[in-house]
Ligand binder design. Structure first.
Ligand code: MD3
Ligand code: FE
Length: 206
C-alpha cells in the first residue's frame, strides 16, 4: 500500500528464514568494538532506542567514519549483500528506475525494548535524495508517518510487523516520522527476539 506519495509499505516482504538471518547479523554487529550504543542528543536528551551503525556512523546530527559518541572505534563496514538487499527493496517498492541511485552505503539499526520510543523527527543528514529503506524485525510497533512541514497532525499511524518493508522516496523522504509505541510480546515466537529491531538503509551522498 502507498499511505503517502513515495511511501510504500510491503507487509511480510522478508520471509521468516531471511528474518532469522538478518537478526543473526544484527546481533553480531551489536557486539563491540563499534557496537550497540546509547545516543545522547545535544539538548541533553537520551534516545530510548539503542543503535549500531554500518558504513557511516550517525551521531546527532552528522555522519563520521568513527564512533564519535561511543568507543571511538572505526565504524563497521557496510557489507555488499546489504546493499543488494536495499536495491531489491527499492525495486520491489518503487521500480527499477528509483533503484538506480548511488549504492546504499549506510545502515542504522535501532534496538527497541518494550518501553522504547522514537519522537517525531526528519532524516536530513544524508546528502542524497535516494529513498530510505526500512526493515522491521520482532515486536509490532506503531509507526507514525507525518508530513514534511510539522511534527504534528496531519499524520497516519501504521502498524509495522516483523518482516515488513517500508520505502520512503520522493515527497515522503523528508516527512516527519516516529515510533510512539512498541507492542511487547508480539514478535513471531520462532524468531527468538524480545523487542523490536529496525534496519534502515540509506545512501550517504558522501
Ligand atoms: C521516513 N527509524 O532510523 S522506521 C530512523 O522504526 C527512524 O526505528 C524508525 O526513524 C524506527 O531514522 C522508523 C521508518 C522510517 C525510517 C526512515 C525514514 C521512515 C522514514 C526516513 C525518511 C522518511
Ligand atoms: Fe527517521
Amino acid at each position: 500500500t502507498e499511505p503517502a506519495p513515495g511511501a510504500v509499505h510491503l507487509p511480510d516482504w522478508l520471509p521468516p528464514a531471511r528474518q532469522r538471518e538478518l537478526l543473526r547479523a544484527c546481533r553480531e554487529w551489536a557486539r563491540p568494538p563499534a557496537g550497540l550504543r546509547t545516543v545522547h542528543t545535544p539538548g541533553g536528551g537520551t534516545m530510548t532506542a539503542r543503535q549500531v551503525c554500518l558504513g557511516w556512523h550517525w551521531h546527532p546530527y552528522a555522519y563520521a567514519r568513527t564512533v564519535v559518541d561511543g568507543d571511538g572505534a572505526p565504524v563497521k563496514p557496510f557489507p555488499a549483500w546489504l546493499g543488494e538487499l536495499g536495491r531489491g527493496a527499492v525495486t520491489d517498492a518503487l521500480g527499477a528506475d528509483a533503484a538506480a541511485s548511488a549504492p546504499y552505503d549506510i545502515a542504522l539499526i535501532n534496538f527497541y525494548d518494550a518501553d522504547a520510543r522514537m519522537g517525531m523527527h526528519r532524516d536530513a543528514d544524508e546528502r542524497s535524495d535516494a529513498p530510505v529503506v526500512s526493515l522491521s524485525l520482532g515486536d509490532t510497533c506503531v509507526f507514525r508517518f507525518g508530513n514534511p512541514r510539522t511534527r504534528t497532525r496531519p499524520y497516519t499511524d501504521v502498524e509495522l510487523r516483523s518482516g515488513d518493508l517500508f520505502v520512503f522516496g520522493g515527497p515522503s523522504r523528508l516527512a516527519y516520522h516516529g515510533v510512539p509505541r512498541v507492542h511487547a510480546g508480539t514478535a513471531p515466537p520462532e524468531l527468538g527476539l524480545t523487542g523490536r529491531l529496525n534496519i534502515t538503509l540509506r545512501v550517504s551522498g558522501l
